[in-house]
Design a protein around this ligand. Structure first.
Ligand code: UT7
Length: 332
């Protein structure tokens, strides 16, 4: 019989970014762009870029091991792995299966979630519900991306914006009510999938010499349209969630928005009426790491003391799909 539990808590947090840093100036040597344009339009100064022999599962594994060390759990303690990614090692098997092997876990449940930049919040909610309802003891929830593997380096409108990295949390159970993952709101609207997509390589348009020649295996984005939707929906879903659970914005210690563009974050700040210094912002150093963006920022918030035990953290994201959502966590 499923074992219900009072709370699902964050027992450990970890992050990993590849060592290589590429600055805007370095990019502008090979792409028709400038440090000034990238910084003023997006807020990005540099990003981490994985080595050619590093795949998403390698980044995910490093973040997972860091989170497990932080939680003081070993591979035998983990019985569920969910990886949120839009840049899996390959279409199948799942990146989560590769991580299961690389961390030396048993033959446990492992699968991927695809919700683009909102993926970590989708995975967090899925893992939380599975722990609450089932026999699972600990879940690894990972957001991991090698976004540079999806970039068209001839397309200056996208290639300057993204970076690589991974972040992870270990979820566990607690008998104490009202702590851990408090609640989430997840949303999707598939009316305009081509606002942010990869045209070829799936069943709709399998790989061919033509799709390769047309650069259809790269990320394509209508930045202006996505910007408008992000500004409208990310702050709203965050406020809707606080309203739903009865927590006031001033009770939240730290807001962690998806790091896609500093101007999107600034408009979210204005909409929510929350002081900017309550927001964790690291887009300048990492760029947009999609599903990894929120857990990388969460790890930084905890490591730098911006959040501590007992604090509410509100995370909000939006991305391809379109998908968007928010999650509220009380750290233990
Ligand atoms: O992770 C979730 C999904 N993604 C996002 O959240 C992205 C949301 N969108 C954005 O962040 C912004 O729309 C961008 C940063 C992508 C673009 O900023 P923008 O202010 O909307 O610029 P724009 O697309 O209107 O382009 C302005 C100009 C254009 O030139 P013209 O047509 O005005 O002559 C572009 O060709 O800037 C040009 N441009 C560049 N110039 C130098 C575009 N990319 C670059 C570049 N360097 N890298």
């Amino acid at each position: 019989m499923p074992a219900d539990t009072a709370s699902v808590i964050v027992k450990g947090i970890g992050a990993y970014v590849p060592a290589r840093i590429v600055t805007n100036d370095e990019l502008s040597k090979t792409v028709d762009t400038s440090d000034e344009w990238i910084r003023t339009r997006s807020g990005i100064s540099e990003r981490h870029v994985a080595d050619p022999d590093q795949a998403t599962s390698d980044l995910a594994t490093q973040a997972a091991l860091a989170a497990m060390a932080d939680a003081n759990v070993s591979p035998e303690d983990i019985d569920l792995i969910i990886v949120a990614t839009m840049s899996p090692d390959m279409a199948f098997p799942s990146t989560a299966c590769l991580v299961q092997s690389k961390i030396g876990a048993g033959c446990i449940a492992a699968f991927d979630i695809t919700a683009a930049c909102s993926g970590f919040l989708y995975a967090l909610e899925t893992g939380t519900r599975m722990l609450k309802a089932g026999d699972y003891r600990h879940a690894l929830i990972i957001g991991a991306e090698k976004m540079t593997s999806l970039m068209d380096w001839d397309d200056r409108t996208t290639c300057v914006l993204f970076g690589d990295g991974a972040g992870a949390v270990v979820l566990g159970k607690s008998d104490e009510p009202g702590t851990g993952v408090i609640d989430s709101i997840l949303r999707a609207d598939g009316e305009r999938p081509s606002l942010l997509y990869m045209p070829a390589g799936g069943s709709a348009r399998p790989a061919s010499a033509e799709t390769v020649a047309n650069h259809e295996h790269f990320l394509k984005m209508n930045g202006k349209e996505i910007f408008k939707v992000a500004v409208r929906d990310m702050g709203k879903v965050a406020l809707d969630l606080l309203d739903k659970v009865g927590v006031k914005p001033e009770e939240v210690a730290c807001f962690i928005p998806h790091q896609a563009n500093i101007r999107i974050i600034e408009s979210m700040v204005a909409r929510m009426g929350v002081p900017m210094d309550k927001f964790l912002i690291n887009i300048d150093r990492f760029g947009n790491t999609s599903a990894a963006s929120i857990p990388i920022a969460l790890e930084e918030a905890r490591r730098t003391g911006k959040v501590k035990s007992g604090d509410y953290v509100l995370m909000a994201a939006f991305g391809a799909g379109l998908t968007w959502g928010a999650s509220l966590v009380k750290l233990t």
